[in-house]
Design a protein around this ligand. Sequence first.
Ligand SMILES: Cc1ncc(COP(=O)(O)O)c(C=O)c1O
Length: 378
Amino acid sequence: MGFATDCIHAGQAPDPSTGAVTTPIFQTSTYVQEGIGKHKGYEYARTQNPTRRALEMNLAALEGGVDAYCYASGMAATSAALTLVKAGQRVVVSDNVYGGTHRFFTKILTRYGVEFAFMDASDAAAFDGAAGEFAMLWIETPTNPLMKICDIAALSAVAKKRGALLVVDNTFLSPFFQRPLGLGADIVVHSTTKFLNGHSDSVGGVAVVKSEEHARWLQYVQNAVGAILSPFDSWLVLRGTKTLALRMPRHEENGAKVAAFLRGQAKVRKVFWPGFADHPGHDVHRRQASGFGSMISFELGSLEAAQRFLPRLRLCSLGESLGGVETLISHPATMTHAGYTQPERDALGITNGLVRISVGCEDAEDLLADLGQALQAL
Ligand SMILES: Cc1ncc(COP(=O)(O)O)c(C=O)c1O
């Protein structure tokens, strides 16, 4: 089936007991059993829930995986994937990943004997030479918030050479634009909170896998740890993915307009967006993804400039998160990337004047007018 058809139908069949077209919210904690060991495949709702399962099958189809497991947040999905590494092993991470990922890896998992190294992975050959041995390579592409591009296929070869797993956080693009499993990744994770749900009304996460062995393990972890996505949130994300193929082109169209507009503004010193032909990762991105998305960062030069600009916005909402139909704008240094220390942010180029925008599905002219009037404050 085509991608849009899978968005609407994969994992979902009309409810057999009522014919309901939409997968019901199975809001139950447990299931009646006929006798010892005799049941309909559902024992307890942490372990199995039909609404969650429908979403998992839907997302597995969209990412081209064999299976998927949904968790209570993107971070819970990340933590489930990280149970594939053990004490004494080393994980290499593309630099400037989401601040919460950095925080979880450096502040929590290091307590359990896992070593982390954060490296620029945007040049796969140089990375191969510098990375040393590792058991897992964790990347975002585009990276958050500096929009560096990592070559998924080339990095998959680098990981395979070491017998290591490649995990891609595909939150920024969604499977509509980029399907890392087909490019050699072993696992894809998402914060479903973002484009997959698309309506800024649910927090969740998913890990999509390519092997049955990883599927068995992640299901085991989902049940054993218990950080499950609720039935209602599963239903919201299922509703969200139905329109993914409609929303993403609109996000991208608006993203291109906003990126071009920002680039033409005297007060904007630099715009980070992989759709620009002179972006260093442009060609790699074009090869591995079918669109550039609507995540853009731009440099205003100082914290004072960001402080003057952000409160002047009337349509774009200042807030953490991204991927909703409404345009969200954020200040990485104090919001999403506050988990990094100032020296770490300085080294990466996440300056106090950097602003990140997740361009929504509004009328582009309204967005440009809003950004334009707020820039006049500078
Ligand atoms: C790229 C990326 N990955 C993971 C996460 C974590 O997701 P969640 O907030 O759903 O835990 C985020 C959150 O902003 C993110 O931007």
